[in-house]
Write a protein that binds this ligand. Structure first.
Ligand SMILES: [Fe+2]
Length: 215
């Protein structure tokens, strides 16, 4: 069941329709910034105008369009930066305060526990961030799409497993919050995606691979 104290805010940044997020706790006003990139001034202004206290940075993965603002944000807020220990060295940000985390590890922001779920496929270290009722999906799952698997570290078989056996097992009322605005809406329920997302309609792995990779 969703906790009414959970705060989630979506912020569109940059030329690639990236979404950064705040996720945290309405009671304490403490938040983590997910995927700080492109426009750190905007992200900081959004936090300051609502009197939110940035206590951590969470990275869904290390691609530059999700992480190129980490160093800038760290100059303003001296907070830990959480990224999967599975992420490829070439995608690790070169910054201070880096904390490498394991699958299912939880990060506490105020009174909210955020579960970091490893969902490889787009990169080996892709994480989704889960609190009951809400899932920030980065470049793993988009509204009506999923992340590409042809970049270094990409693996379409792992993507299939992540989509069908990890994300697909979460409660269907879960709202997904993607890493880019590529679909017809900014968010969607997992239930709606199971019904309409073309990458969640595959009858088996081979069908998914041919759709994702054109094999
Ligand atoms: Fe990416």
């Amino acid at each position: 069941m969703s906790d009414s104290n959970i705060l989630i805010k979506q912020i569109m940044v940059g030329p690639m329709q990236n979404f950064a997020y705040f996720i945290g706790d309405k009671k304490s006003n403490q938040i983590a910034v997910v995927d700080p990139a492109w426009d750190i001034n905007l992200i900081c202004q959004e936090a300051e105008k609502s009197d939110l206290k940035i206590t951590a940075i969470l990275l869904t993965h290390g691609h530059y369009d999700h992480a190129d603002g980490v160093c800038d944000l760290l100059e303003r807020y001296d907070v830990p930066v959480y990224i999967s220990q599975q992420e490829m060295p070439i995608y690790m940000p070169n910054c201070k305060n880096l904390k490498k985390i394991k699958d299912h590890e939880k990060v506490k922001i105020g009174n909210i526990d955020i579960e970091c779920i490893l969902t490889p496929g787009h990169t080996p270290g892709c994480l989704c961030f889960y609190v009951p009722g809400h899932l920030i999906t980065g470049d793993t799952l988009f509204v009506h799409g999923c992340g590409r698997c042809d970049l270094p570290g990409g693996d379409a078989k792992k993507m299939h497993h992540s989509l069908y056996n990890i994300i697909g097992k979460l409660p269907e009322e879960t709202i997904i919050y993607p890493g880019h605005f590529y679909g017809p809406s900014e968010t969607a329920t997992l239930k709606s995606q199971k019904e309409t997302n073309p990458y969640l309609q595959s009858k088996d792995l081979e069908h998914f691979l041919s759709k994702r990779m054109g094999l």
